[in-house]
Design a protein around this ligand. Sequence first.
Ligand code: NAG
Length: 337
Amino acid sequence: MIATSTILFGVLGLALLGVTILSILLWATNPPKARLRTKNEEFYTHATTDKREPFPSLLDDSSTSKPSISISVIVPAYNETARLPAMLDEAHEYLDQRAAKDAAFAYEIIVVDDGSKDGTSKVALDIARNRAKTTKPAEWARKELRVLTLEKNRKKGGAVTQGMLVSRGEKLIFVDADGATKFSDIEKLEKDLDRVAKKGEGVAVGSRAHMVNTEAVVKRSFVRNFLMYGFHTILYILGISSIKDTQCGFKMVTRNAGRKIFPNMHTEGWIFDVEMLLLAMWAGVPIAETPVTWHEVPGTKMSLISDSVVMLLDLFRIRLNYILGIWKIATPRMKSN
Ligand SMILES: *[C@@H]1O[C@H](CO)[C@@H](O)[C@H](O)[C@H]1NC(C)=O
């Protein structure tokens, strides 16, 4: 005879398990929707005229019109007044050299101020105004610096996505504001992108995987490296084993690939790179992994333990929502002009 108490405990245990699983499912499959852009976030201040101009859309061009510039550089920036100017200097120096050599080369930099509290937008806009002063208007059109000021913080993934959605380039790249990656390595990504792209679709991810045994990585703390290996193991289980470094803040996409990826993004946190790569993989977009020169820069905005936990939960959430078909991948509808 089974004692009544055993049955009772069994039933209680099962009920508890059920409730737990149900609440995890409800939590994971009910992520807050990315909020729409506010009215102010649809405009930028033109550095020469000081007028508020509407941003274009990644989906604007009709299929016959060409993208208007060669490269869009998206710089997500939260409280970056200290590090941003040096990063922009390096970027401008490199991009201006290319523009001087090649009359067909045009670029834009879009600083996405992610709801900063330290005046990041003003610092970026002042840099734009100073440059615009010494640049002829026709030249400025090839070298624009625009600032997208998000009124509320979205986190890095949200900032990158919003920047991509207003970009005009044939190739789109996001670059961390800390200047940890050597900016001129952008050329290496372009080469790989041109090599792997099919039907104008491709992704090139900057990678620090080649540095694993070098000083820059070995000198990092034991906890950091332990977390890195743990993270890679989880990615392996999730099916992204082909890419060794998913988290480097230096990734380039062709415009056509960007259109398939960014309108479909849900994840706004640190782990957004993984959703980006999954979307590319599922859409059959070829991905290249390009070794880049990278050095650790002090002042990271990531908190080691709490952000790792959030990243893990977000990974789980991404996977579950796609497996259950709650997040669907839409083919972008082009808005023809
Ligand atoms: C951002 O900057 C503001 C103003 O300097 C500061 O109060 C806030 O704590 C900063 N946020 C973070 C996360 O560093």
